[in-house]
Design a protein around this ligand. Structure first.
Ligand code: HSE
Length: 431
């Protein structure tokens, strides 16, 4: 009975009549758990038995569906497995739980013939699980890319629009209730990695493999990079990318330059968006609120309606948890980052004298890395004297292992100062 729990009660009550017309029967919340049952809430709990012990709800013989909105993956895991063991269906918004323990949970659910629904776990109110699992079922999904953490997107948007400081914007996101309890989950990309893991499994029919997801946050993105990217016609977004290649699946979360003309590059603030490329349909884009009480409740309630509709169907004839039949999952490996191919934005600080750029260019040339665009910025005057010049390069697509080796060689040049900044770049075109 936290924020999303309160939203769920409100949406179910407000739209009770419409929901009953859709589900074919009424849905009632009878029993709920809260840490503090006397706390003021955003919803009316008059008809609900409140308890501080969530096991009371999970063990209540009159309850058919458990809605888990606790978060975390310890108590939540125990309760969800207990609910499944008791033969109850489960609806959860818990991305960490599904990404890390989904394989175990779905196996237990299948054994018991119950459904575990998790639309609210990814991109809040956007029905992306439904779209991927059912709406695109005729396609071979080739790749998907999503802005799936509202807090990160809010921070990057504010940095670009107002030149705000990272820390101040994060504090604002926390005040507005978008950020996770532990904000490092948002800014270090862990929250997005949970969600991407789930999307990739449903898109490609592979088991959930959260540990294999490459995860890089936005804490190192500077205002400078945001401005230079813009000068080159790009926006920096925190993207989750999952791509199927012949060798395996790319599964990666990191800051990414995207051409500013792409619709997804213009998804700002706390909003989320997921771009999915299917072989038959081409690119499709799903946009909406990725967090907040009512938007997340929209997905939770849709799942409850789905579960209610399946109460009378045979377990064998239901939509599989991971879109593909459980015994037909593929063992396509998740590729190590060194094997990934992408383009790059590279920023380096160097001395402003003849031959410096030629040295950098020859390292890239020798590594077979092709330069797509180049900017050199004048040295900036600082109180301490002349700061080095700044060079910004965009490369064509290259293997990450090769790029890392080239960056190490550039950093080793005497004329180059400090670390080279490297941000991946995706064109996200229809091919
Ligand atoms: N902290 C998450 C976000 C909330 O900012 O997107 C929804 O998962």
């Amino acid at each position: 009975m936290g924020t999303v729990g309160g939203g769920t009660v409100n949406v179910l009550k407000r739209n009770a009549e419409e929901i009953a017309r859709r589900a074919g029967r009424g849905i009632q919340i009878t029993h709920a758990a809260a840490r503090d049952i006397n706390k003021a809430r955003i919803c009316d709990t008059t008809d609900i038995t409140l308890t501080t012990n969530p096991r009371d709800v999970v063990n209540d013989p009159d309850v058919q569906i458990i809605v888990e909105l606790i978060g975390g993956d310890t108590l939540a895991r125990e309760l969800v497995l207990m609910a499944i063991g008791n033969g109850k269906h489960v609806v959860t918004a818990n991305k960490a739980l599904i990404a890390k323990h989904g394989n175990e949970i779905f196996a237990a659910a299948q054994k018991q013939g119950v459904v575990v629904a998790f639309e609210a776990a990814v991109a809040g109110g956007i029905p992306i699980i439904k779209a991927l699992r059912e709406g695109l079922a005729g396609n071979r999904v080739e790749w998907l890319a999503g802005i799936i953490n509202g807090t990160g997107n809010f921070i990057l948007t504010e940095m670009r629009d107002n030149g705000s400081d990272f820390g101040d914007v994060l504090a604002e996101a926390q005040r507005l209730g978008y950020a996770e309890a532990d904000p490092t989950f948002d800014v270090e990309g862990i929250d997005a990695a949970h969600k991407l893991t789930i999307l990739a499994s449903i898109a490609f029919g592979i088991p959930l493999q959260f540990e294999a997801c490459y995860t890089e946050g936005i804490t190192k993105i500077t205002r400078e990079d945001v401005v230079y990217a813009e000068e080159l016609g790009y926006r920096i977004k925190h993207l989750g990318v999952a791509r199927r290649t012949d060798a395996g699946v790319e599964l990666r979360v990191h800051p990414t330059l995207i051409p500013e003309r792409r619709l997804i590059a213009n998804v700002d603030g706390v909003m989320n968006a997921v771009l999915v490329k299917g072989d038959a349909v081409g690119p499709t884009l799903y946009y909406g609120a990725g967090a907040g009480a009512d938007p997340t409740a929209s997905a939770v309630v849709a799942d409850v309606v789905d579960v209610v509709r399946t109460l009378t169907s045979d377990p064998e004839n239901r939509v599989p948890h991971l879109a593909f039949q459980a015994d037909a999952l593929s063992d396509l490996p998740i590729l190590p980052m060194d094997a990934v191919e992408t383009a790059y934005y590279v920023r380096l600080r160097c001395e402003d004298k003849p031959g410096v750029l030629a040295n950098v260019a020859s390292i890239l040339g020798d590594s077979d890395i092709s330069i797509e665009a180049l900017l050199q910025k004048e040295p900036q005057k600082e109180p301490a004297g002349d700061a080095p010049a700044t060079i910004i390069l965009l490369t064509h697509c290259v293997n990450e292992g090769k790029m890392n080796a080239a960056i190490a060689a550039i950093e080793a040049l005497d004329t180059v100062t400090g670390e080279v900044t490297r941000i991946r770049l995706e064109h996200l075109d229809a091919d």
